[in-house]
Design a protein around this ligand. Structure first.
Ligand SMILES: Cc1cc2nc3c(=O)[nH]c(=O)nc-3n(C[C@H](O)[C@H](O)[C@H](O)COP(=O)(O)OP(=O)(O)OC[C@H]3O[C@@H](n4cnc5c(N)ncnc54)[C@H](O)[C@@H]3O)c2cc1C
Length: 372
């Protein structure tokens, strides 16, 4: 039946370029923004378009060329004292106006506090869709078989994100432009910063809506930053619910496994002069074990709702490897997994699979390292 359908190619004309909303802090682009510029570059090159950095704020002078140094072709910026502090309503108005008038083909945000706040409002204002928590961006055609024909929407962005269950979903916005995504930090590699790169700077004059200024920022306070920097570690040793029982099924005090992970961390950092951190599955954090209070905290979580990391070595101890965990660590250069269950999903992506008890494996590994 479907083979008899007439194939109709649909191209949405009049929209160009991949825009990146550039977040900045203390006069610098955030690391996640530089990653998204890297992702935008990949998409734009595939369809022969440009990458445009969008900067909004006040006193932006020193920052204006940064998106270009990281891979953008040009920058559109709106520099105004009334935009000094981020506020969702005026920022939505400014960015939506830019989009309506200049018609970008795609608009990318970081999945951050600001991206999650601003992105959906801008998508609504500009009458298009938004895919949140995206982990990859691929260009492909979107095909819709209808009784009236086989519609092929050319060159759409497949916005890839983990589904709520165990699958990866591809989300398309075939009929509307721009295609808007918020991209999770840790999924693209920033291009090396290159001050020789050149590009146009285009100033945008804002048209404010006075109703947008109903909130006044009186004071800004910084939340203390976590000391645990999983993203910067060369080696991450992660613990899962498997630490609660040994291979014989006997309950174990989870502090034992945590202590061994600490010992391993110490040995690896001392012997090789590298950064080592302890990570965790969400299930172990959510178990809220009294014994691990203050030790296994939310800032150690790896995965879809935790951190996305790509260390040189990831050691998964007693972690099943649910999809939501894997999307946070599958780009690690080498993965060692220790699990009793030979069918544990973590083994599908591990480079070294140890089918066995972590309570046997860890003391042996520690002893081996001590003897080096
Ligand atoms: C919307 C959503 C978001 C989520 N976000 C995240 C996230 O960001 N990160 C995350 O991790 N999860 C996340 N989850 C939860 C995820 O689906 C899994 O439930 C979780 O990752 C499981 O954690 P686990 O592997 O520690 O536990 P389990 O799945 O219970 O696995 C424990 C493993 O340990 C093994 N084991 C048991 N004893 C031993 C032993 N002595 N030695 C060796 N192996 C042993 C078992 O064979 C088993 O494979 C999310 C879920 C949802 C629905």
């Amino acid at each position: 039946m479907s083979s008899q359908l007439q194939s109709i190619e649909v191209r949405i004309e009049g929209y160009r370029d991949v825009w990146v909303y550039c977040e900045h802090e203390d006069g610098q682009l955030t690391r996640a923004t530089t990653e998204v510029i890297g992702g935008a570059r990949k998409v734009a090159d595939r369809v022969g378009m440009k990458v445009v950095g969008v900067l909004i704020g006040y006193n932006l002078n020193d920052l204006l060329r940064e998106p270009i140094y990281y891979g953008a072709d040009s920058v559109i910026y709106c520099d105004d004292p009334r935009l000094k502090d981020y506020q969702v309503l005026p920022y939505t108005t400014v960015l939506s106006d830019m989009i309506v008038k200049l018609k970008p083909w795609a608009m990318l945000f970081v999945t951050s506090e600001i991206g999650k706040d601003l992105g959906p409002r801008v998508a609504y204002r500009t009458r298009t869709g938004l895919a949140a928590d995206v982990i990859d961006l691929i260009v492909e055609d979107f095909v819709m078989n209808l009784p009236t024909g086989r519609y092929v929407y050319k060159d759409c962005i497949a916005q890839v994100r983990p589904d709520f269950a165990t699958r990866i979903a591809k989300i398309f916005t075939p009929k509307h432009r721009p295609q808007i995504s918020s991209v999770r930090p840790g999924n693209f590699t920033p291009l090396p910063r290159d001050e020789k790169r050149r590009g146009d700077l285009v100033r945008w004059e804002p048209q404010f809506n006075e109703d947008d200024f109903q909130v006044e920022t009186l004071e800004t306070r910084r939340l203390p930053k976590s000391e645990i920097k999983l993203e910067e570690a060369n080696v991450v040793i992660s613990l899962g619910l498997g630490i609660l029982r040994d291979g014989a099924g006997r309950p174990r005090d989870p502090r034992e496994a945590y202590g061994m992970a600490e010992e391993l961390k110490k040995l690896l950092s001392e012997k090789f002069g590298i950064k080592v951190e302890i990570g965790s599955s969400r299930a172990l954090i959510y178990a809220q074990l009294k014994e691990l209070e203050g030790l296994i905290t939310k800032d150690r979580q790896v995965g879809q709702t935790g951190k996305t990391i790509a260390p040189d070595l990831y050691i998964a101890l007693g972690i099943s490897g649910a999809l939501q965990h894997r999307v946070g660590m599958q780009r690690s250069k080498k993965i060692v997994a220790v699990n009793l269950d030979p069918n544990a999903p973590i083994f599908q992506i591990a480079h070294y699979c140890v089918v066995g008890d972590l309570y046997d494996f860890l003391p042996k590994l520690i002893e081996e390292l001590r003897s080096i």
